[in-house]
Design a protein. Structure first.
Length: 239
């Protein structure tokens, strides 16, 4: 069965989300979400990725949930950038919906993010469980009927965080971590490697200083060499 993964880039259109340091949350999260989709589609099979928006467009919180519920998604990840005077990465789930599977998704996300955060000396602020039923930001994790997690990827209003958010390479690593975590949670299959087989390894043999033969099979080399050595030739083998 094809698993549906819904990625939810926060905000959009008239709602820019957090804005600071020349950055807009709505743009950053759309960028990250598209990278997560590409990563999932490039590396894994057996799933379908839906974005709740794939352009700069306003989508209500309820509409985002409806998209995921109607698609009978297996997994919902809402992607945000934080603001308000902190630094680092954190995520939210709600306790009532799918406590165990959402917890697993959240754990996998933090585990996949750990090396990225470490590399850039960014703080993991922790896996949070949002218990405030009225909290607006978690509406999407509460009203979706599948495991759901909301990630807050650094603080747009912190200088050090914003500097990283401006780096395309950093966004790519964040996206890859999200994709890895989703794939692990959903047990997605890695695509059969499409890269060509390593070039066939030829073994070249020269006899008395002249290249005589190139072999692919070890056994043929051995018998060839044995015969020449018996005949008193000088045999040289190169890879
Ligand atoms: Zn947000």
């Amino acid at each position: 069965m094809t698993k549906v993964i819904v990625l939810d880039p926060g905000h959009g259109g008239k709602d820019p989300g957090a804005v600071a340091n020349g950055l807009q949350e709505k743009k950053l999260v759309l960028d990250i979400a598209k990278r997560v989709r590409k990563e999932l589609n490039d590396q894994y099979s057996g799933h379908r990725v839906i974005l709740t928006r794939d352009r700069d467009q306003f989508v209500s919180l309820q509409k985002r949930c409806d998209i995921a519920n109607q698609a009978k998604a297996a997994c919902f990840v809402s992607i945000h950038v934080n603001a308000g005077g902190g630094t680092g990465f954190e995520s939210f789930v709600v306790p009532n919906a799918h406590p165990r599977s959402a917890g697993l998704l959240q754990r996998n996300i933090h585990q996949a993010m750990a090396p990225v955060l470490k590399k850039y000396s960014m703080r993991d602020r922790g896996r949070k469980v949002d218990t405030q039923a009225a909290s607006r930001r978690i509406h999407v994790v509460r009203a979706t009927r599948m495991k759901a997690c909301l990630t807050e990827n650094l603080f747009i209003d912190a200088k050090k965080d914003a500097a990283l958010l401006k780096k395309s390479s950093f966004l790519a690593e964040v996206a890859a971590a999200h994709a890895d975590a989703i794939a692990r949670t959903e047990g997605l299959k890695t695509k059969a490697k499409s890269d060509p087989k390593p070039a066939d390894e030829w073994i070249r043999v020269s006899v008395n200083g002249q290249q005589k033969h190139a072999f692919q099979k070890r056994e043929s080399v051995l018998s060839f060499v044995r015969d020449h050595v018996k005949a008193g030739d000088t045999v040289d083998i190169k890879r």
